[in-house]
Ligand binder design. Structure first.
Ligand code: 13P
Length: 251
């Protein structure tokens, strides 16, 4: 049985001391939780300190990005080897904010995904349509292209062990969640593409998270849907109280 995953993407928020303060509370309040895998993705600058706090706990660490080369003259970039070394087991790749502001293409996402696997980091590959694309009935086309190109050339094992995050761009940070039915429809569609690309088993095994204004108020309706395996949470992961509620929902 797949374990759901509740992941907090802290984005460009929190200093080191603020990050440590949050993780300390979180660690104490969710230590007994076993039914959901817990992941936090702080800013690069806080990874080391947060990792020191969560050693031996049930909280996993992830980065919000990584570069596709393992080392070399790439000023300002952070390699998968460094991410692994600092304690991360996951990396978010191709978040819509990176696609939008840093022009990350599906090809770049593909390179980063493969680089993550080369250091045994589990990629969380993000896909999602903009409002304009949804309004012009392009959603399935956009999602299919993102999935096929971002995951190009992966092995069956890689395809089943990575995590997909469906985050409709219009639902991120807007307070506007995709309805559970809208989310389920796309999650199901992603599994259908997976069946074509890999197999029925792999399509069943891959965890697909929903992201975009997830909150304690809507988690229960979202998680009732059969193809939603957890959440990638922005705003509600920045406060201990709301993130703890999201995690405890699964107990
Ligand atoms: P919000 O939960 O703030 O909408 O952010 C979603 C997101 O982008 C998580 O990666």
């Amino acid at each position: 049985m797949k374990k759901p995953l509740m992941a907090g993407n802290w984005k460009m928020n929190k200093t080191v001391s603020e990050s440590v303060e949050l993780i300390k509370i979180l660690k104490n309040m969710v230590h007994y939780v076993t039914n959901v895998e817990i992941l936090v993705c702080p800013a690069f600058t806080a990874l080391y300190a947060v990792n020191n706090e969560i050693k031996g706990s049930n909280i996993n660490l992830g980065s919000q990005n990584l570069f596709w080369e393992l080392k070399g003259a790439f000023t300002g970039e952070i390699s998968p080897t460094m991410i692994k070394d600092i304690g991360c087991s996951y990396a978010i790749i191709g978040h819509s904010e990176r696609r939008q502001y840093f022009v990350e293409t599906n090809e770049i996402v593909n390179r980063k995904t493969k680089a993550a696997f080369s250091t045994t980091i589990t990629p969380i590959v993000c896909v999602g349509e903009t409002l304009k694309e949804r309004e012009s009935n392009m959603t399935s086309k956009v999602i299919e292209k993102q999935i096929r190109e971002s995951l190009f050339g992966l092995t069956l094992g890689q395809a089943s062990s990575l995590v997909i995050a469906y985050e409709p761009v219009w639902a991120i940070g807007t307070g506007k969640t995709a309805s559970p039915d809208q989310a389920q429809q796309i999650h199901h569609f992603i599994r259908k593409i997976y069946e074509q690309m890999y197999s029925k088993d792999v399509a069943y095994e891959v965890r697909i998270l929903y992201g975009g204004s997830v909150s304690p108020d809507n988690i229960s309706d979202l998680m009732k849907k059969p193809d939603i395996d957890g959440g990638l949470v922005g705003g509600a992961s920045l406060e201990a109280e709301s993130f703890i509620k999201l995690i405890r929902f699964f107990e």
